[in-house]
Design a protein around this ligand. Structure first.
Ligand SMILES: Cc1cc2nc3c(=O)[nH]c(=O)nc-3n(C[C@H](O)[C@H](O)[C@H](O)COP(=O)(O)OP(=O)(O)OC[C@H]3O[C@@H](n4cnc5c(N)ncnc54)[C@H](O)[C@@H]3O)c2cc1C
Length: 417
């Protein structure tokens, strides 16, 4: 959609919420808020009319997040391209320690769940974004301005005045930064970040497998870090291989046959023969946490609030929990006659999400440290951990609930989704 002259009229409008970023988090939030009856503006630098660049990412969308997409009417468009996730297998595999022990969590480890409901769904980034774009276009209460860029914000009594690079201003009671890891909104709000660079990168590719995956996601913990195969439709998998910074980048740039040979030499025993489909890629592993997720008239969601180690696919699911919490808090604010974007509403959001987000990020960081080295000290600990997890039922159930995010306190306040 092109920014057009009607924007000049829109600049006189006071939106309830203006969202910068129509990635998976911003778009989902916009749809949810518009369906709740709020006036929403979404601004994104991406041109929806242009052919989207190839995006090989795949998301492990856990049950709690999937229920939110169902309730927003988006999940139905994803049914044909998504792979139900039936279990998660973890194997301790140091260099000289291949194949043992391993532990498998399935939905049988969850109590009181619908037996027909999987642990989650593996969903490709492209159909997910296309389904969200389609849903945004058909929401009457939602104005989507793109391509357009956020340039800055002035906070005035009762509103945020949002400056766009085109020279227009948009007024809203609440400005949401859903603008990714380098969030210009976070920077404009002067919210610092903390975290660390793992000095590692992830090599990713989609592969055809030589054996059926039965919907099981498998992780092998090696001294460099985990190697994972995440099941895709049709006995294919999305794989993630954690390596030292530079190595993943080099491998991703090699001719496909050479990268495939490396892959099979190292992991065919674990995953069977793999054949790379399309283009391989790599990305750096960084933990980045915003020190606050709100500022006056401003809230952050998704990667703008935190960029986590994507181990166990928690990145997008964390963002979806921000989105679910913000929709619920906005609805509650309206129901009680409160003001969208008020200090009270933002405090409620911060209390709901700041701890869960930071806690999960740090837990993933600890798991990564524990499983990413081959020292004599940590190996017995992690081996005992895996054995304990496989033998002790309450622990198995706890881990399965964590993986599918169906428990209160994991899914945030939106446990009915
Ligand atoms: C290679 C890779 C693989 C990943 N795999 C997984 C996975 O398997 N599972 C998982 O859960 N997570 C995964 N992640 C993380 C996941 O991609 C992110 O958590 C998710 O994309 C964050 O979504 P978001 O909507 O918060 O931000 P983004 O997807 O980064 O979207 C931000 C949006 O903001 C817009 N924007 C930015 N600046 C401006 C501006 N100034 N003006 C207007 N618009 C602007 C951009 O155009 C973009 O559309 C992966 C990440 C990478 C890089």
């Amino acid at each position: 959609m092109q920014l057009s002259s009607y924007v000049l009229n829109m600049t006189e409008q006071l939106f309830d919420v203006a969202i910068i970023g129509a990635g998976p988090n911003g778009a989902t939030l916009a749809i949810g808020l518009a369906q709740a009856g709020l006036d929403v503006a979404v601004i994104d630098a991406r041109d929806p009319a242009a052919t989207p660049p190839k995006d090989g990412r795949n998301f492990a969308i856990v049950t709690g997040s999937w229920r939110m997409l169902e309730s927003l009417g988006v999940a139905a468009q994803l049914a044909d391209t998504s792979q139900p996730l039936n279990g998660l297998e973890a194997t301790d595999g140091g260099t000289h320690y291949f194949g043992h022990p391993s532990v498998l969590f399935t939905k049988d480890d969850l109590e009181g769940v619908d037996p027909d409901e999987p642990l989650g769904h593996m969903t490709m980034a492209e159909p997910l974004q296309a389904a969200l774009d389609g849903a945004m276009t058909s929401e009457p209460g939602l104005q989507w301005l793109a391509p357009e860029r956020f340039a800055g914000v002035d906070v005035q009594p009762g509103r945020a005045v949002i400056h766009l690079e085109s020279g227009h201003d948009i007024h809203a009671k609440l400005l949401v930064g859903a603008d990714g890891m380098n969030s210009p909104v976070r920077k404009a709000a002067s919210i610092p970040t903390e975290g660390r660079d793992y000095g590692k990168s992830v090599f990713t590719a989609n592969v055809a497998l030589s054996a059926p995956h039965h919907g099981i996601a498998r992780q092998l913990f090696t001294p460099e870090g985990p190697f994972a195969t995440l099941p895709l439709k049709g006995d294919r998998a999305n794989l993630a291989w954690y390596m030292k910074r530079g190595a993943a980048e080099t491998l991703a740039q090699m001719p496909i046959e050479q990268a495939e040979a490396e892959l099979n030499q190292r992991f065919a025993e674990f995953a069977g023969e793999m054949k790379i489909e399309g283009k391989a890629g790599s990305y750096p592993l960084i933990l980045q946490l915003a020190t606050a997720i709100t500022a006056p008239r401003i809230a952050l969601v998704g990667d703008a609030a935190r960029r986590v180690n994507p181990l166990a696919g928690q990145g997008l699911n964390q963002g979806f929990r921000d989105v679910a919490a913000l929709i619920e808090i906005a609805q509650e604010t309206v129901r009680l006659g409160g003001e969208i974007g008020s200090a009270q509403m933002l405090e409620t959001y911060s209390a709901a999400r700041h701890f869960d987000g930071a806690g999960t990020a740090l837990a993933l960081d600890a798991i990564d440290r524990l499983f990413s080295n081959d020292s004599m000290l940590t190996k017995p600990v992690r081996t005992l951990g895996l054995l304990a997890a496989s033998k002790i039922s309450p622990l198995r159930r706890y881990l399965a609930r964590k993986a599918s995010a169906t428990e209160a306190g994991v899914a945030g306040p939106m446990t009915d989704w």
